[in-house]
Design a protein around this ligand. Structure first.
Ligand code: SAJ
Length: 410
């Protein structure tokens, strides 16, 4: 049985490890975080999403998975650690990828394969990863193999997408590519597209950059629509009836650990990237724009109390990583507003999360920042009867109650 050692048991590494463990691979999942490892040893998931717990139960039943804080010898090593964004330098911080590779090097044996799933800037496998692993005295593409197989699953629907999405696989050489394809064939039902490692690195970043630039366009169009007193949501829906138009949705900015940072990984090595940089700046400035809408509505109200609906970075999940809500809340506080927060999914946040009743009671303005489905169903009377002033800024166009209030779309 092939033995796989997965380094990094986060949102991507853990479900990936468990999918392999459920599909004929003997897996050791390694994480430096003892709490994560201990939780897994108790047969519990450190975070939840549809199907995760069943996958863990299945892996334990098959006796094909164990969690550990220590790396072990294996046939294949898979790196799925985070690549944080160094905001000051505007580039990828590769410290976790580097330390994972340094951990692997002493365990590397002839014919081993090392796969990097973490999102990395172009040429990272070819230059950085190779150099660190060759400290083992083995030669890449001769004694052992390196490839990049970027994850593409969307948080909230991770398992379905991990199994069904197409994958991109890029080896430093053909053997690396083929070995990686054979491994992922164990559970991936989508197509496996084979290319080089640098191309795979670039493809992953291109996908998220495409989305970021398109969201920036939607955001800019929404600001132009205001000038012309046009309902941007209706305008986008109609424009998208054109067979070659797919305008994205405007909003309070771009959150999450991927789309808001990956474009910087693409541009870190080049001078000439004005469009991508501009798009990032537009999206980062959207909380300021939402605040401007709030200011217009609460103008003249003394000590306004505003209620934020949704601090998750997107709808129907509990994830608040890089949420634009945080910048909005800080800006609103700076403005002197009292901010109350309601989010039906999020439990841990930098600010207290209140019940719906507490959050709305005495409020001068509801500001929707996340498109949780629950907001769509909200009854106008429940929302408005305890508010002091029934103002709404709906940056996600999700409340069905706007017409009853003094409301603004984004
Ligand atoms: N957003 C908008 N308007 C839109 C679409 C999204 O404002 O039209 C905002 C969302 O509200 C959210 C942010 O963008 O704040 C990102 O959300 P998302 O759903 O677009 O993407 P992520 O970050 O959850 O996941 C993305 C996915 N990439 C693509 O769709 C190209 C996913 O497939 C990747 O695996 C993931 O990044 C990743 O890990 O890189």
């Amino acid at each position: 049985m092939t033995k796989l050692c997965v380094l990094g048991l986060g949102y991507i590494g853990l479900p990936t490890a468990l999918l392999f463990a459920n599909n004929g691979i003997d897996v050791v999942g390694v994480d430096i975080n003892e709490r994560v490892v201990n939780t897994l040893k108790e047969c519990r998931m450190p975070f939840e999403e549809k199907g995760f717990q069943e996958l863990l139960d299945g892996a334990y039943e098959k006796k094909s998975f164990k969690a550990s804080t220590k790396i072990e010898d294996a046939d294949i090593f898979l790196v799925a650690v985070p690549t944080p964004f160094d905001a000051e330098l505007r580039m990828a911080d590769l410290k976790y990828v580097v330390s994972a590779c340094e951990m692997i090097a002493p365990h590397l044996k002839k014919d081993n394969l090392v796969i990097v799933e973490s999102t990395i800037p172009p040429k990272t496998c070819e230059k950085r990863v190779k150099r660190i692993l060759e400290k083992s005295k083995l030669k890449a593409s001769q004694d052992f193999y390196i490839s990049h197989c970027p994850e593409r699953a969307i948080p909230g629907n991770t398992l379905h997408e991990m199994v069904n999405n197409d994958r991109v696989i890029g080896g430093l050489d053909e053997t690396a590519t083929e070995l990686t394809r054979d491994l992922y064939s164990s559970f991936v039902k989508g197509n496996l597209y084979l290319t080089t490692s640098t191309s795979a690195e670039m493809i992953k970043l291109m996908e998220n950059t495409y989305r970021d630039v398109n969201i920036a366009l939607a955001n800019e169009l929404s600001m132009l629509a205001e000038e012309y007193s046009i309902n941007i949501w209706e305008a986008i829906d109609i424009a998208n009836k054109h067979p070659r138009v797919d305008i994205h949705r405007p909003g309070p900015g771009v959150g999450g650990h991927c789309i808001a940072i990956d474009p910087w990984f693409l541009t870190e090595n080049v001078n000439d990237s004005s469009l991508i940089t501009l798009a990032r700046n537009i999206n980062d400035s959207m909380p300021i724009h939402v605040l401007k809408k709030v200011k217009e509505l609460v103008n003249g109200i003394e000590n306004p109390v505003i209620t934020v609906f949704g601090v998750a970075y997107k709808g129907d999940i509990a994830d608040t990583r890089a949420t634009p809500a945080l910048k909005f809340i800080k800006l609103a506080e700076k403005e002197g507003y009292t901010v109350k927060i309601y989010d039906p999914f999020v439990k841990d946040f930098d600010y207290p999360i209140l019940s719906l009743e507490e959050a709305v009671d005495g409020s001068d303005c509801i500001v929707v920042l996340t498109d949780h489905s629950e907001f769509r169903e909200m009854e106008p009377d429940i929302l408005y009867h305890t508010m002091k002033n029934p103002n709404v800024v709906d940056s996600k166009n999700i409340l069905s109650v706007q017409e009853r209030s003094n409301s603004k779309l984004i």
